[in-house]
Design a protein around this ligand. Structure first.
Ligand SMILES: Nc1ncnc2c1ncn2[C@@H]1O[C@H](COP(=O)(O)OP(=O)(O)OP(=O)(O)O)[C@@H](O)[C@H]1O
Length: 302
């Protein structure tokens, strides 16, 4: 199965303010690795660079520098653009904007099947669309296939978006805040669905979220991003239960404590200098590094 190695990624945006131009570094020397059957959570506040990394991974944006390598099981790098787009798929945050209101659900899933030549006849395509809808628990599939996005709930639309992403036979899934726009009561169902599909298809998943609690529950590893830099990484439990970086401590303090339902952990005093220290704690190596220095152990915790 396919894995992804992101090495020393930098993304600068140029911001125009009248005649003045300034450079803004959205992603600052980020390295990470995605391996089949594992979920890496990318956690950070709004503006920390999470979506920019997702867009670079799915080739919607070009990096300023650094590389993203996708390799097949036998080590062959995926260089062909069409193959890359088939292997690496994205589920977007907004299930209302990501589906075309003029097209049926059938069309949304049939299109990637045809583009990526997964099916040859119309009958086969129709059958595969039904199968995909059933896999994401949208039943009766035949009835759902004929509907348009506005006839479905937000949760159902996100299930369609997941089916669409997996239809081409993807092996890497980038899920950018996939449940944050959904009603709280249905978030768990969609995350559980993603977890099941990941196990069934041995997917490599990057789960982007600002929510530490779901990151812990649904991920093997957590990578914490602050102002475009990785400040902490490690096995999910280690990062949550034993945060080292001040920023991670701050996030953990703001997250609801599962031991005390409805309560929030006592906030620790904030040490701004420590947050901006430019250092990254790597639980895999058990040591501090300069933020941006790739970890030899990244993604390798088995
Ligand atoms: N096209 C762009 N032009 C200029 N600046 C941009 C552009 N896209 C993103 N940025 C800036 O880059 C930084 C990182 O943005 P990004 O969307 O990656 O963050 P994020 O962590 O995904 O935030 P959110 O959770 O709000 O989506 C932000 O400061 C943002 O304003």
């Amino acid at each position: 199965m396919t894995g992804v190695r992101v090495t020393d990624l930098v993304k600068d945006y140029t911001i125009r303010n009248g005649l003045k131009r300034t450079r803004h570094r959205a992603v600052d020397h980020v390295s990470l690795e995605l391996t089949p059957g594992r979920t890496v959570a990318l956690v950070g506040e709004s503006g920390s660079g999470k979506s920019t990394i997702a867009k670079i991974l799915t080739r919607m944006e070009r990096p300023t520098s650094g590389t993203v390598e996708v390799r097949l099981d036998d080590g062959t790098p995926v260089t062909d653009q069409a193959r890359y787009r088939r292997e690496v798929q994205m589920v977007f945050q907004d299930p209302f904007a990501s589906l075309n209101p003029f097209h049926s659900i059938e069309h949304h899933i049939a299109r990637p099947l045809r583009i990526h030549k997964r099916t040859t006849t119309a009958e086969e395509t129709r059958e595969r669309v039904r199968e995909m809808l059933e896999r994401v628990n949208l039943t009766p599939a035949a009835a759902i296939a004929g509907r348009r996005p506005h006839e479905l709930s937000g949760g159902q639309r996100q299930r369609v978006a997941i089916a669409r992403a997996l239809a081409p036979g993807a092996s890497v899934l980038v899920a950018d805040e996939p449940v944050s726009m959904l009603d709280v009561s249905i978030r768990l169902g969609v995350l559980n669905l993603l977890g099941r599909l990941q196990r069934e298809d041995d997917l490599a998943v990057l789960y982007i979220t600002h929510d530490l609690a779901t990151a812990r529950h649904f991920s093997d590893e957590i990578t914490v991003l602050y102002r475009g830099r990785i400040v902490e990484r490690g096995p999910a439990d280690a990062v949550i239960l034993d945060p080292h970086h001040e920023y991670t401590k701050l996030l953990a303090a703001a997250a609801p404590d599962p031991e005390r339902v409805g309560a929030v952990r006592d906030a620790a005093p904030v040490d701004r200098d420590a947050i901006d220290s430019g250092r990254c704690y790597d639980h895999f190596a058990g040591e501090w590094r300069e933020a941006g220095v790739p970890s030899a152990n990244a993604g390798s915790a088995a």
